[in-house]
Ligand binder design. Structure first.
Ligand SMILES: Cc1ncc(COP(=O)(O)O)c(C=O)c1O
Length: 373
């Protein structure tokens, strides 16, 4: 094996060792991996359960696979789908369930997998916002797990994803679907940039201005090619090095999990009164810090922080508006808790070159003082 492929092998080995999975398939992005698993199982026009507050790209991957996305509500305290909310979605025999480690927090995987077994569904563990870590079972749940190395993720090389499983037949089938896909190239990067610029605007207003969501079918046609691609099989030095740095517990390293833990602890100062965060076990490594503020405050605070050029976002909106626009023929169960969550959420950055928490914390405290909150 040439030196260029040695790094890919080493990354794959680390993933296998951390998850006890047998197979690692690298893809152009995490969304491609979700699509490929659904295709490999040969599901068509089947219900696939996804959290109503996950990333829109999961919805797009399910749609492109030719299946029917069904939105699942969340537990209002943890932000995660649970067996109760899965049952409440009213689909007795879904083809698959895609629980997500939202913000890198541990989703109740054992319970969701048990629910899926009872209902004859496959499970794709969505670990795009999480990463392999010591003493963690992330990546080992369900029939397949997907990871992302995309922009803003815990190990960020700008693109790339991975699928892990222990089923040789599934692996062969996934490879068969992935191999013909185009290679990541400048025109895909350009399309992604365009789409994210547009979505940055639409997602902020689609709930209060419903007709905005009528743009989504056209936008999906224009931008659907950003979902499915491969990445070169060489060039893994970057992934290898960034993964190593991420896995350091010493917070002196800018992109280490150690720094993320320390910074999340600093943000905890903002919590109190009607402001909260999602509960997290000690030493949880967060993707971004989820701050939940009353909906009547959220928009104004967001504008205030934006005007100070602070890297604060409002991901993710409830997927109700986009889903209804993209597949109006599929009845969606109500998802009041996820919809409310989406109206309260602010995401605060945890790594450089995002702003250091002190500036963001100071700005938020200023805002609270000014508004007497
Ligand atoms: C929850 C979630 N699932 C899946 C994905 C897909 O990852 P990628 O961007 O690598 O396709 C993302 C990232 O955008 C995500 O946030």
């Amino acid at each position: 094996m040439g030196y260029r492929h040695r790094y890919r092998q080493q990354v794959a080995d680390r993933f296998r060792a951390a998850t006890a999975r047998d197979h690692v398939i690298f893809t152009g992005r995490g969304a491609t991996a979700i699509w490929a698993a659904l295709k490999a199982w040969d599901f068509t026009d089947q219900p696939v359960l996804i959290p109503a507050n996950t990333c829109y790209i999961v919805l797009w991957a399910v749609l492109l696979s030719g299946n029917r996305p069904i939105l699942v509500d969340i537990d209002p305290l943890t932000g995660m789908i649970t067996p109760e909310t899965l049952s409440a979605a009213g689909i007795d025999r879904p083809a698959a369930v895609i629980p997500c480690h939202l913000y890198g927090l541990p989703a109740p995987m054992a319970e969701s997998c048990a629910w899926a077994t009872e209902h004859g569904a496959k499970v794709i563990e969505d670990a795009a916002q999480a990463m392999i870590m010591p003493d963690s079972r992330v990546g080992s749940w369900g029939d397949a797990s997907i990871f992302s190395f995309g922009s803003g993720k815990l190990v960020d090389v700008g693109y790339r994803g991975a699928l892990l499983c222990s089923d040789a037949e599934l692996t062969a089938e996934i490879k068969r679907h992935v191999e013909p896909l185009p290679l990541y190239a400048d025109h895909i990067a350009e399309l992604e940039k365009q789409w994210l610029t547009i979505y940055w605007a639409t997602h902020q207003f689609e709930t209060e201005n419903i007709p905005i969501s009528s743009l989504y079918p056209t936008l999906f046609q224009i931008y659907r090619n950003i979902i499915l691609y491969n990445a070169p099989s060489q060039g893994f030095v970057d992934v290898y090095q960034r993964l190593r740095t991420f896995l350091r517990s010493d917070p002196v390293y800018e992109t280490s999990l150690g720094l993320r833990i320390v910074r999340a602890g600093e943000y905890d100062r903002l919590v109190g009164g009607s402001w909260r965060t999602l509960p997290r076990p000690a030493d949880t490594v967060l993707w971004r810090y989820p701050l939940l503020v009353p909906p009547e405050v959220r928009g104004d605070l967001f504008d205030y922080l934006q005007s100070r050029r602070l890297d604060v976002t409002r991901w993710y909106p409830s997927l109700q508006a986009m889903t209804r626009a993209l597949c109006p023929e599929v009845d969606q169960p109500p998802t009041p808790h996820a919809d409310h969550f989406a109206e309260c959420i602010l995401n605060l950055p945890l790594t450089w070159p995002g702003d250091p928490p002190e500036r963001i914390i100071a700005a938020i405290l200023d805002y609270r003082n000014e508004q007497r909150l």
